[in-house]
Design a protein around this ligand. Structure first.
Ligand code: S3P
Length: 422
């Protein structure tokens, strides 16, 4: 089989998925509404828009330009299908639990119905939310009967941007302020967006407070490229000899770019050129050249900053000199799939030396990868990470169920084939 061509030139990636969800949800609480360019083209964000339409929110989409505005009071949503999207289910649960008179049932696909929901349901109930659901409200479908919530302070047991954001969105229609304290900072796009739009907000260390706000101000801006999508190109370019690739207009929010810090420690040859902020988020161009990587250790303190990039880090670790250890990442077991098991199984099938641990992996780098059949487990990030592994495998790598890539990055596999010839 022919070798993959080096990655050269420039590339842009789809709009940030986390920020797209938030822009749509914030727009739904604003009569003026939001208008954003470069909205994510993934299926997850389309699920958020569909749910909002069912709630009577005005949603217009032309290509990657999306307008969302509140069109009178929210309607009874009936059955809201979040598809595969944890962010849709959890953030909507927060937003809807504080809107009196609106009753909805939130559900999702088989993967999402297995994922834990008590992490949002429990704190929302402490504010008075009336939520019920499968397994005592720990799983979807969840019924949400919107009610006037009290304010309060909630200390999260884990760093989770989804839980934090669900509480902040609920707080916008509560009777008093809602304060959320995290053990470690998770992605802070909700805080940045509310602040950018001029919604009163107080941040102090890892605590953030929002205040009741009947009608949010609107705004118009362009969303940055998704760092989590750029990450596949960053690792691919680092692994392919002769590569020199620039990814333009990427979100460089430090709560998202933990992978860059870890890869730099591993010897990544890269430059970061800051650009203009967009919607309060730092952006820029990341240029990556092929690199000779060495092993590193990643523990729980760094995990929230690269949680979605860990499958990809596992791929990079198979090509690094020495033994890489990832700890404190048990959260990966309850993502779209059990990502610890999925990557251990997939990479081992390709000849890598991966030991699965309850909360991560121990990966001995330097074993050449061979071809083989592997499973994405229907998980977009696993599918794309295994496709990157396939670039450096000696034989052909066959990944099942690759359509799931459309959850976050519909054009990825075509673009990868076009640029690398594999
Ligand atoms: C997200 C937060 C993260 C991340 C997910 C998107 C968000 O989840 O894994 O893909 O948009 O808030 P947690 O907050 O549960 O860690």
């Amino acid at each position: 089989m022919s070798r993959a061509e080096p990655l050269r030139g420039t590339i842009t990636v789809p709009g940030d998925k986390s920020i797209s969800h938030r822009a749509a949800l914030v727009g739904a609480l604003s009569r003026e509404g939001i208008e954003v360019d470069h909205f994510s083209n993934g299926a997850d964000c389309a699920s958020t828009l569909d749910c909002l339409r069912r709630l009577g929110v005005a949603v217009e989409r032309e290509g990657d330009r999306v307008r969302v505005r509140r069109n009178g009071p929210l309607a009874e949503g009936g059955l809201l299908d979040a598809g595969n999207s944890g962010t849709t289910a959890r953030l909507l649960c927060g937003l809807l639990s504080g809107i009196p008179g609106v009753f909805s049932v939130i559900t999702g696909d088989a993967s999402l119905r297995r994922r834990p929901m008590s992490r949002v349901v429990d704190p929302l109930r402490t504010l008075g939310a009336r939520i019920d659901g499968c397994d005592g409200g720990t799983k979807l479908p969840l019924s949400v009967r919107g009610t006037r919530l009290t304010g309060g302070l909630y200390t999260l047991p884990m760093a989770s941007a989804q839980v934090k954001s669900a509480l902040l969105l609920a707080g916008l229609s509560a009777q008093g302020s809602v304060t959320v304290v995290e053990p470690r900072r998770s992605r802070d796009h909700t805080e940045i967006m509310l602040d950018y739009l001029g919604v009163p907000l107080k941040r102090e260390g890892e605590a953030v407070a929002v205040f009741p706000c009947d009608d949010l101000p609107g705004g118009r801006w362009t969303l940055p490229g998704d760092f989590s999508s750029a990450a596949f190109w960053i690792v691919a370019a680092s692994l392919l000899a002769g590569s020199d690739l620039s990814i333009e207009g990427v979100n460089l929010n430090p709560t998202r770019t933990g992978l860059l810090a870890v890869l730099e420690r591993m010897g990544l040859d890269c430059d970061v050129l800051p650009g203009n902020p967009s919607g309060g988020e730092p952006t820029g161009t990341v240029t990556v050249r092929s690199s000779s990587l060495k092993a590193t250790a990643v523990d729980g303190t760094e995990i929230p900053l690269l949680v979605d990039e860990l499958p990809l880090l596992a791929v990079a670790a198979t090509q690094a000199r020495g033994v890489t250890e990832v700890r404190g990442a048990a959260e990966l077991r309850v993502k779209e799939s059990d990502r610890i098991a999925a990557m251990a199984e997939g990479l081992s099938a390709l000849g890598a030396a991966v030991e699965e641990r309850p909360d991560g992996w121990v990966i001995e780098g330097g074993h050449p990868l061979k071809g083989g059949a592997v499973s994405s487990r229907g998980d977009h990030r696993v599918a794309m990470a295994l496709a990157v592994a396939g670039l450096v495998a000696e034989g052909e790598v066959l990944i099942d169920d690759v359509d799931c890539v459309a959850i976050s990055y519909p054009g990825f596999l075509d673009e990868l084939r076009r640029r690398t010839g594999r």
